[in-house]
Design a protein around this ligand. Structure first.
Ligand SMILES: [Ca+2]
Length: 173
């Protein structure tokens, strides 16, 4: 929603700038014929400051925000063949890896104290958390949680494909 508004604002200003450029061209012609350069200079200044404003607004639409992911805990994780679950979570935002938690050995209801930060997040980016069970040879993927992030502090419960639930909180802004 925010992004849509930013695009609309940006497009409106693009129209305004186009109109200003047309007006300036006309005005410059008119003033050079009638009054010399003094008025032309003020039109130049006006168009120039509008361009700066446009650049500022374009920058705003690409503005990055800080994402913080924390309070990770799981409940009811399924046990593997050896009867233990050694859970850990890997965290991604918009295909960037933010890192992974430590492994909580032999615990179906683990929690993790690690926090993850990403300074280039934008509203609408996809936050992805993967819950794994570490094994001797190949780790098992228990489930994946992903959603588009929104500004503010948000907590979610996510049901994992192979069983159990992941709880997490993130803050964007
Ligand atoms: Ca295991």
């Amino acid at each position: 929603m925010l992004r849509v508004q930013q695009v609309l604002v940006r497009d409106s200003f693009m129209e305004l700038i186009r109109a200003l450029v047309v007006f300036k061209t006309w005005a410059c012609k008119w003033t050079s014929e009638r009054q010399g350069t003094e008025t032309t200079a003020s039109f130049e200044a006006m168009a120039s400051s509008s361009s700066s404003l446009l650049l500022f607004l374009c920058g705003l639409s690409l503005a990055a925000a800080q994402l913080r992911v924390f309070n990770l805990r799981a409940s009811g994780l399924p046990s593997d063949l050896l009867g233990t679950t050694d859970g850990y979570v890997t965290v991604f935002c918009a295909s960037n890896s933010l890192g992974k938690t430590s492994v909580r050995n032999n615990n179906a209801n683990p929690w993790w104290e690690e926090e993850f930060s990403y300074f280039k997040a934008q509203e609408g980016d996809v936050l992805r958390l993967e819950v794994h069970d570490r094994d001797v040879l190949f780790d098992d993927l228990i489930g994946v949680c992903q959603r588009q992030i929104k500004v503010g502090t948000n907590s979610h419960d996510c049901y994992l494909k192979k069983g159990g639930t992941l709880h997490y909180t993130y803050t964007l802004g």
